[in-house]
Design a protein around this ligand. Structure first.
Ligand code: GAR
Length: 301
């Protein structure tokens, strides 16, 4: 049972999908065995030595086609498209996905695909999208390829629409169970940016993207972080505490709120009389100036 759960976590799929995938493997395997015999019987009159030489070769060729065929029936085409892509990539010496090889995205020669997770207005998402639109593609093959959102009315979805970037609307139960790892891998995502995303990232997703998920927090962590500390709540608390400075923190994401290693911080001063709204504007200005360049630095380092 433990090894089943391990495999399920690795694939990032729920229980029902897991068994549909197993059924697809089993039925696809049987189908390729059946077709293999039919093909070989057409070519060879008897089961001689050549028959047995060709047996595994033809079987290996037929197997992916059979599995893909069956995956249409079981509704698992997207999983097997990604799975076979990765297996074939490894077999024929392709780079594979960084998440498979556990290397940093900067090692990829093809464009690095970023997914931005956001729950709100998306001003940071927009800055990041524009930053990578405007950089020299030959030196900086980085692209925002997916917007992941958990709020159907969030402004970030309009930004995605205007920019023609695909979106993935997620629900909490499935996010906690699967981390949507399969959907992210099918979209070829190498790197994840949390830009105003308010759910805790489940372990299954953290494990699938080691050192490839960053978050921005509107305060100087480790102060004013943790569950419930987001957006205006952070600024309210900082002003109420009479702080004279605040700032932003960009950090790696682990399975705890706002606790991953810090990558970058920038500060701003708080004048007496500054309201939470004034502070929010100062923080947004810092975020807009530093988030995209910091992501670029990480990806190119
Ligand atoms: C940003 O200020 C970001 O730091 C904060 O949400 C805001 C999103 O603004 N994130 C958190 O509070 C996470 N704990 P945006 O939607 O305009 O980019």
């Amino acid at each position: 049972m433990e090894s089943i759960n391990k495999l399920r976590n690795k694939w990032g799929v729920g229980v029902i999908q897991f068994w549909l995938i197993i059924a697809t493997f089993a039925l696809g395997g049987s189908l390729s065995g059946y077709l293999n015999k039919k093909v070989l019987n057409l070519v060879f009159e008897e089961k001689n030595a050549a028959y047995w030489v060709f047996y595994p070769i033809v079987l290996t060729i037929l197997w992916p086609f059979s599995v893909i065929l069956v995956s249409f029936v079981t509704g698992q085409f997207l999983f097997f498209k990604g799975y076979l892509g990765r297996v074939l990539g490894r077999l024929f010496g392709g780079a594979g996905k960084p998440t498979d090889k556990k290397v940093t995205p900067a090692a990829a020669t093809n464009p690095t695909h970023i997914a931005i997770f956001a729950s709100g207005a998306g001003s940071n998402a927009l800055k990041i999208i524009e930053h990578f639109e405007n950089t020299d593609k030959s030196r900086t093959p980085i692209k925002v390829s997916l917007i992941v959102c958990n709020v159907p009315t969030a402004g970030v979805l309009n930004i995605a629409k205007e920019k023609g970037i695909p979106t993935l609307l997620i629900n909490k139960a499935e996010f906690n169970e699967t981390g949507y790892v399969q959907s992210l891998q099918n979209a070829d995502i190498h790197f994840i940016v949390l830009a105003g995303f308010l759910w805790k990232v489940p372990e299954v997703l953290v494990n699938a993207y080691p050192k490839a998920i960053v978050n921005i927090h509107p305060a100087l962590l480790p102060n004013y972080g943790g569950k419930g500390m987001y957006g205006s709540h952070v600024h309210d608390a900082i002003i109420a505490a009479g702080e004279t400075e605040s700032g932003i923190t960009i950090h790696w994401v682990d399975a705890h709120y706002d606790e991953g290693d810090i990558i970058f911080q920038a500060k701003c001063t708080i004048q007496s009389g500054d309201t939470p709204e004034v502070l929010a504007n100062k923080i947004h200005a810092l975020e807009h100036a530093h988030f995209a360049p910091t992501i670029e630095k990480i990806l190119l380092s």
